[in-house]
Ligand binder design. Structure first.
Ligand SMILES: C[S@@+](CC[C@H](N)C(=O)[O-])C[C@H]1O[C@@H](n2cnc3c(N)ncnc32)[C@H](O)[C@@H]1O
Length: 254
C-alpha cells in the first residue's frame, strides 16, 4: 500500500480514541485546560478566526469554538467524522475541512491565528507545512508539542513506573479494546519525524515567524491530578511546551 495511504489509515484507526468524550485518552492532561492556555494567548486585537491544523477529533477545537470562529482541519476523514458527530451532539459551531497540512486550501492571511497541538511531529515535511501555516495566518501561530527526546527515564521509573504504566495500559485496553503500545509501534513504522523546540523554532524562523513566547511550565497546569500523582510516584517526566510566534509582515521583513 502507498505510504501516504498507510499513514492516513494509522490515524483513521485512532479516530474513536481521540473523541472529545473518551475519558481514558484524556487521563493525563485535561483538554479544557489546554484550550484555556490557547485562549489566554489570543487577545481581542489578534482577531477571532482560528484554524486548528491536525485537529484530530476536535478535542481542542470544540472548547475553543464557544469563544472563537473555529475551522478544524485534518487529513483523516474518520477523525473528522468523529468530530462531526461530537459537534452535533454538543451543538458546537465550527467548520470542518478535510485537507493535508502540507497544502492548506486557503488564500494568504485567511485566519488570524493558526493553532496546532501534537500535529507537527507526524508531518513528513514539517518545514513545508509550517510555511503553509505562516502563509495563511494574519497574526499568530500557536504550536504545542513535546520535547520527547528529553524524556527522563529514572531508575525509580524503571522499578516503579513500568509496572504502574503497564497496569494503566492494561486498564486502557480493558476499557477501550485497544492496545496503545501496539499502536505506537505501528505509528513508528510510518512516521520518521520527531520534533523538539529547537527544530520547530528553526522551521518557524525560516518561514518568517518571530518567536514571542515559549512556555514549558504549562505541563503543571494542564496535567490531571491523577497524572501528577503518577509522575510524583514514578519520577517519569515528559517535557512539553506551548510556543507562540508572530508572522512578520512584508514591510517588517525588509
Ligand atoms: C496526535 S494527533 C493530534 C490531534 C489533535 N490536535 C489533538 O490534540 O487531539 C495528530 C493529528 O494530526 C493529523 N495529521 C497527521 N498528518 C497530517 C497531515 N499531513 N495533514 C493533516 N493532518 C494530519 C492526524 O490525522 C491526527 O488527527
Amino acid at each position: 500500500m502507498d505510504k501516504e495511504l498507510k499513514v492516513r489509515e494509522c490515524w483513521d484507526n485512532l479516530a474513536f480514541e481521540y473523541d472529545y468524550k473518551n475519558s481514558p485518552k484524556w487521563f493525563w492532561t485535561n483538554p479544557e485546560a489546554w484550550a484555556r492556555e490557547i485562549e489566554h494567548r489570543i487577545s481581542d486585537s489578534d482577531g477571532n478566526k482560528i484554524l486548528d491544523v491536525g485537529c484530530g477529533a476536535g478535542v481542542i477545537s470544540i472548547p475553543l469554538s464557544s469563544r472563537f470562529d473555529v475551522t478544524s482541519l485534518d487529513f483523516s476523514s474518520k477523525m473528522l467524522l468523529q468530530l462531526k458527530s461530537r459537534k452535533e451532539d454538543m451543538k458546537s459551531e465550527l467548520e470542518i475541512i478535510c485537507a493535508d497540512a502540507h497544502q492548506l486550501p486557503f488564500k494568504d492571511e485567511s485566519f488570524d491565528v493558526v493553532i496546532c497541538r501534537f500535529a507537527v511531529w507526524p508531518l513528513h515535511n514539517p518545514q513545508h507545512a509550517i510555511s503553509e501555516m505562516a502563509r495563511i495566518t494574519r497574526k499568530k501561530i500557536v504550536i504545542m508539542e513535546g520535547d520527547w527526546g528529553n524524556t527522563k527515564i529514572t531508575i525509580r521509573h524503571k522499578i516503579f513506573g513500568r509496572p504502574v504504566y503497564g497496569f494503566h495500559f492494561l486498564l486502557y485496553k480493558f476499557k477501550t479494546g485497544r492496545e496503545p503500545k501496539k499502536q505506537f509501534e505501528e505509528m513508528k513504522k510510518y512516521h520518521k519525524t520527531s520534533t523538539s523546540f529547537e527544530l520547530i523554532k528553526e522551521w518557524l524562523e525560516n518561514a518568517g515567524v518571530e518567536i514571542k513566547e515559549i512556555d514549558y511550565s504549562l505541563k503543571e497546569r494542564v496535567s490531571t491530578k491523577k497524572s501528577k500523582f503518577l509522575r510524583a510516584l514514578t519520577g517519569f517526566e515528559e517535557e512539553m511546551f506551548i510556543l507562540v510566534g508572530e508572522v512578520r509582515k512584508d514591510e517588517e521583513k525588509t
